[in-house]
Design a protein around this ligand. Structure first.
Ligand SMILES: O=P(O)(O)O[C@@H]1C[C@H](O)[C@@H](CO)O1
Ligand SMILES: O=c1cc[nH]c(=O)[nH]1
Length: 338
C-alpha cells in the first residue's frame, strides 16, 4: 500500500517538511527571533551544510557546546577569529555554527522552544538541508535518580501523561503526536561508555509548563498540597515509567516529528526529586554535570562524521575512539551511520 505525503513523516529525499502552503507564496520569510531572513541572507550558502542542530536552555551552555564540538570534530576557525553568535541581534536566542553543527539556546519552557523550532525548521527548509538531526541537551529533575545522571528520553509525556502536544489554534485544540526517533535513542544508548564515572539511563520524560507547582515542588511562591500529596504523585508517575521531568520535551518531540525530522533528548538530572526540591549542588558541580549530555551527543556526531569520512578515525580531543567493540556495536545497530 502506498503512503501519501500527508501520512509520511519524512520526505523520501530527506528534505524538511514545512506543511505550510503560505510560505512558498511569500516574497521573503523573516525569521524574526533569529535575526535572519530568506530575503536578507543567503541561507543556502550560510546553512546548507548543516546536519546536526543541538539545542539547550541557556546561551552559556550552547556557547560551551559550540567550543567543545569544535575541538571534538577538529573544526578550525580562520586564525585570529572566534565563534560568532549569529543571532546576537535578535537579543532572544544565541546561535553558533561549527561546520555541520548548529548550537542554539532555546530559553525556558514550551512557548520559547516552540517559537524557536518554528523558525529553525523554516531555516532548514530555506537552506535546503537534508535529513537534519535535532538534539536537545538539557537539564532536568530525576525521579529516583541521583544528581548528575544522564537520561536519554525514550518517550515524552505531558503533565497529564499524554504523549501529544496540545496546541490551541483558532479556538480549538490541535493534538500533535510527540515522537522521538527510536533508532536514535538506541544508538545513543550504545554510546554510553561503561567507563563514564556516572550513570546513563533512559525512560519516559515528563514535560511540564512550570518548574514549581507544575513539577510538584513544595518550594514555590504558592503551594496548596502537602508533602505526602507530592510524594504520592511522584511515586505514581515513577510507576508509570517517568524517570525525569523538564519543560521542553513535548513540543521538541512533536514539532520535529511533524516536520519529518529525527530528534532525541539527552538531559542531566540536577537532583533526585524523591529527595527534595531545591537545586543545591554548587555551581562548579552543576557546570560539570551539564557537560555530560554534551559528551554523549558529541560522541554521536563524531561517530557519524567518521563513518561518513568527514573526519579522521584518529579523532580529536578526548573523544578519540577508545573501544573498537563499542564502535562496532554502533555500526551494526545503526543504519544512520551507514
Ligand atoms: O535545557 P534547560 O536546562 O533549560 O532545561 C530545563 C527545563 C527548563 O528550561 C529549565 C528549568 O530550570 O531547565
Ligand atoms: O527539577 C528540575 C531541574 C531542572 N529542570 C527542570 O525542569 N526541573
Amino acid at each position: 500500500m502506498s503512503v501519501s505525503d500527508e501520512e509520511r513523516d519524512e520526505y523520501p529525499d530527506g528534505s524538511v517538511k514545512l506543511r505550510n502552503p503560505h510560505i512558498e507564496l511569500m516574497d521573503q520569510d523573516i525569521l524574526y527571533h533569529l535575526a535572519l531572513g530568506s530575503g536578507s541572507h543567503d541561507l543556502v550558502e550560510m546553512f546548507g551544510d548543516v546536519k546536526f542542530i543541538c539545542m539547550g536552555g541557556t546561551p552559556k551552555r550552547m556557547e560551551t557546546f559550540a567550543n567543545f564540538i569544535m575541538e571534538e570534530i577538529g573544526h578550525k576557525l580562520p586564525t585570529g577569529t572566534t565563534l560568532l553568535d549569529i543571532s546576537q541581534y535578535s537579543y532572544r536566542y544565541c546561535m553558533y555554527k561549527v561546520g555541520p553543527v548548529l548550537s542554539i539556546s532555546h530559553g525556558m519552557g514550551v512557548p520559547s522552544v516552540s517559537i524557536l523550532l518554528h523558525e529553525i525548521i523554516k531555516l532548514m527548509y530555506h537552506a535546503k538541508v537534508k535529513d537534519p538531526i535535532f538534539f536537545r541537551i538539557g537539564t532536568c529533575g530525576g525521579i529516583g535518580l541521583e544528581g548528575g545522571t544522564v537520561v536519554i528520553s525514550e518517550e515524552a509525556v505531558d503533565a497529564m501523561m499524554n504523549n501529544y502536544y496540545e496546541v490551541p489554534m483558532l479556538g480549538k485544540i490541535v493534538k500533535r503526536p510527540a515522537k522521538l526517533d527510536k533508532k536514535l535513542v538506541r544508538e545513543l544508548k550504545l554510546l554510553a561508555d561503561p567507563e563514564d564515572p556516572y550513570i546513563t539511563t533512559s525512560g519516559k520524560t515528563m514535560c511540564t509548563s512550570d518548574f514549581y507547582e507544575g513539577q510538584g515542588r513544595l518550594d514555590g511562591a504558592f503551594c496548596e498540597y502537602t508533602e505526602s500529596d507530592k510524594m504520592e504523585y511522584l511515586n505514581q508517575i515513577r510507576c508509570q515509567g517517568v524517570v525525569n521531568i523538564e519543560m521542553e520535551a513535548i513540543p521538541f518531540a512533536a514539532l520535529t516529528h511533524h516536520a519529518g525530522i529525527k530528534s532525541a533528548i539527552v538531559c542531566v538530572t540536577l537532583l533526585d526529586r524523591l529527595k527534595g526540591d531545591q537545586v543545591m549542588a554548587p555551581k562548579e558541580v552543576l557546570n560539570e554535570w551539564q557537560i555530560r549530555p554534551q559528551k554523549l551527543v558529541a560522541r554521536y556526531i563524531k561517530r557519524y562524521l567518521q563513518m561518513k569520512g568527514r573526519i579522521s578515525f584518529e579523532g580529536h580531543g578526548s573523544m578519540a575512539v577508545k573501544s573498537p567493540r563499542r564502535f562496532k556495536l554502533v555500526q551494526q545497530e545503526s543504519e544512520t551511520f551507514e
